[in-house]
Design a protein around this ligand. Structure first.
Ligand code: SF4
Length: 221
């Protein structure tokens, strides 16, 4: 399958999609983006990572920031925080640079490791896009977490790649249907940037205990 450019979906949407299908639909189909502290912090980190859109070279290392990537096979597009190119015996051929280069994407994240593996999937998706653009194989990349200020190496296994392809396919299926799934309130709604839009009546909803008390009163009266 080869997607047209106007059908591409955002790689950054993978984390929204995994967090809550409804959140992804509201953001990426209905475009109801609502900023909260969590998203605002994420924005600042990304702006810093993308601040210098240049290439620097030191001892066989090239670093690019904010590189736009896409894959027609996945139908996905996005921007890599950082991509490092290490001179090597094999790897990608880069226009204007001699030799071959090992490619390594790096993503900057707020906080520390998440419980789910959406960050890994996003990074792997970027790598798969880079592979199709540069005709090379990328074996690993890094996630840099600001809170712990540490890099975590992610290996792009066949399993992870299959998962990326399956998620991209599912996202396209949701996009094609264009329907917003119903809200299923859960614990994660507390940290959701779209809570006010998605669940406007949440603040006025009675708690379960007050609901049960009222039912008891009604039954006894
Ligand atoms: S408030 Fe809850 S149900 Fe609504 S989009 Fe956010 S996580 Fe999903």
């Amino acid at each position: 399958m080869s997607w047209r450019e106007d059908e591409y979906l955002m790689i950054s949407g993978i984390q929204h999609f995994l967090f809550c299908r409804r959140q992804w639909t509201l953001i990426h189909i209905e475009q109801q983006w609502a900023e909260n502290r969590l998203t605002a912090e994420g924005e600042v980190i990304h702006k810093n990572a993308h601040r210098d859109d240049f290439v620097e070279k030191r001892r066989g290392l090239l670093v690019t920031r904010g590189l736009r990537v896409s894959s027609a096979e996945l139908g996905m597009t996005g921007q890599c925080d950082v991509v490092e190119f290490q001179q090597s015996e094999d790897g990608a051929i880069l226009h204007g640079h001699r030799g071959r280069w090992q490619v390594r994407p790096v993503e900057y994240k707020r906080g520390k490791d998440k419980d789910d593996h959406s960050d890994m999937l996003q990074l792997c998706c970027e790598a798969m896009c880079l592979e199709s653009m540069l005709a090379c194989r990328i074996s690993a990349g890094d996630l840099f977490y600001h809170e712990i200020r540490r890099r975590r190496e992610i290996l792009f296994s066949e399993e992870l790649r299959k998962e990326v392809s399956a998620i991209a396919e599912e996202m396209h299926e949701y996009f094609r249907r264009g329907k917003t799934p119903k809200a299923k309130p859960s614990k994660k709604c507390q940290s959701c940037s779209l809570r006010e839009t998605c669940l406007p009546k949440l603040g006025r909803m009675p708690s379960v205990s007050s609901y049960l008390n009222r039912m008891m009163e009604e039954t006894l009266s």
